[in-house]
Design a protein around this ligand. Structure first.
Ligand SMILES: *Cc1c(COP(=O)(O)O)cnc(C)c1O
Length: 354
């Protein structure tokens, strides 16, 4: 397949790097490719960033047949642009697509197309330490049809958005609320898939958490409301009595690439992560016994997000006296040093742009 390139006639002004937030500004170009049953995936193209015009009956708008990915491009001190484990994102993209009854994409081709897009929009990769260019590949169902079935046509697109440093004044431990009322996903459902519907399912509880002063929701399993699953955009880790623990993948937990990176680093450091079931009762008991040393989330956006406070029913647990734990700090530094080219990359996690 030949990638067609048409460049924007006028380029947008770049945003001020010190004022970048998340997901509000988009670059000059985007990647687009279409699918239908006769031609398969066809017409791959890089073109000016533009709206997608669609019929009001377009299936994605009604039934949420949609998948996405999230990864980042980083600029090193020497000005080189690099990606972190991008093959993993495209593998997961196809796993998600399979669950949503979508045709698979050629992962190697998609990665090459992304690299071409990044070369064209390279000036959009910010250079201040901690900033990056967020990459959002997405596939949506395009049939104009208001009936329930898998679509016969799809659009695959990739857009780019420069994002600010998640931690401008050092780590800020977050406050999370454990809901015993709502569930995000159940075994056999879509929890392990990066699909729009999971986020729709999380909004109501998220607003309730915000109303009582918490920033995120920690989800329990959808059957017994007993075992800890994840935060909804981050996987979760605990350090209890010097054991690093993360919930085992159950089918309803998203298999995070940052989660896997943390596991691999921990192995290398001779401190393997225990992947197992962990109940909210075990967490409370560990806290009461003074053994809950650390808790942190992992995900592409924040890399590592220390948790400073957890609320469950009427119980408030403070963790680590508002200080960042040693493991949270160690994982954060190790991962970001590799991403920004400060440290060696012994495991081949970095893919340079050229
Ligand atoms: C994307 C995502 C994560 C984090 O995955 P990473 O690959 O580490 O960015 C965790 N949970 C959910 C529900 C997600 O969608």
């Amino acid at each position: 397949m030949e990638l067609k390139i048409s460049r924007a006639e006028a380029l947008k002004p770049l945003p001020d790097e010190s004022e970048l937030t998340f997901g509000t500004v988009f670059s000059d170009h985007m990647f687009n490719m279409d699918y239908d049953q006769n031609r398969g995936w066809h017409n791959p193209r890089i073109e000016p960033y533009q709206p997608i015009v669609m019929d009001p009956s377009t299936m994605v708008l009604h039934y949420g047949q949609s998948i996405f990915e999230g990864l980042k491009a980083f600029k090193t001190e020497s000005g080189a642009v690099q990606l972190f484990r991008p093959e993993e994102n495209f593998k997961r993209f196809n796993r998600s697509g399979h669950k949503l009854c979508m045709p698979p994409i050629d992962e190697a081709f998609a990665l090459e197309a992304l690299k071409e897009l990044l070369k064209i929009d390279k000036r959009w990769v910010p250079s201040t330490l901690g900033t990056s260019l967020y990459i959002r590949p997405t596939i949506i169902a395009m049939d104009p049809y208001v009936g329930v079935r898998a679509s016969y046509t799809y659009r695959f697109f990739i857009i780019l958005s420069p994002v600010g440093a998640y931690y401008k004044e050092g780590f800020n431990p977050v406050k999370i609320w454990v809901t015993d009322k709502y569930v995000r996903a159940v075994r056999g459902g879509m929890g392990e898939v990066k699909t729009a519907g999971n986020y729709a399912a999380s909004l109501y509880a998220g607003e309730e958490a915000n109303r009582i002063g918490y920033t995120q929701v920690l989800w329990l399993d959808g059957v017994e409301l007993k075992y800890i699953e994840e935060v909804g955009s981050m996987n979760i880790f605990f350090v209890i009595d010097d054991e690093i623990i993360t919930p085992a993948l159950s089918g309803s937990i998203l298999s995070g690439i940052t989660r896997d990176t943390v596991k691999q680093l921990a192995d290398k450091w001779g401190k393997p992560v225990s992947e197992r079931r962990i109940s909210i009762d075990e967490l409370i008991a560990a806290h009461e016994a003074g053994k809950l040393q650390e808790m942190f989330g992992s995900g592409t956006a924040a890399v590592i997000s220390p948790v400073g406070e957890v609320m469950y029913k009427d119980k408030i647990m403070k963790i680590g006296d508002g200080k960042v734990g040693k493991w949270s700090q160690k994982f954060f530094t190790a991962i970001t040093d590799i991403q920004y080219g400060v440290a060696e990359d012994p495991d081949g996690w970095i893919m340079p742009l050229e």
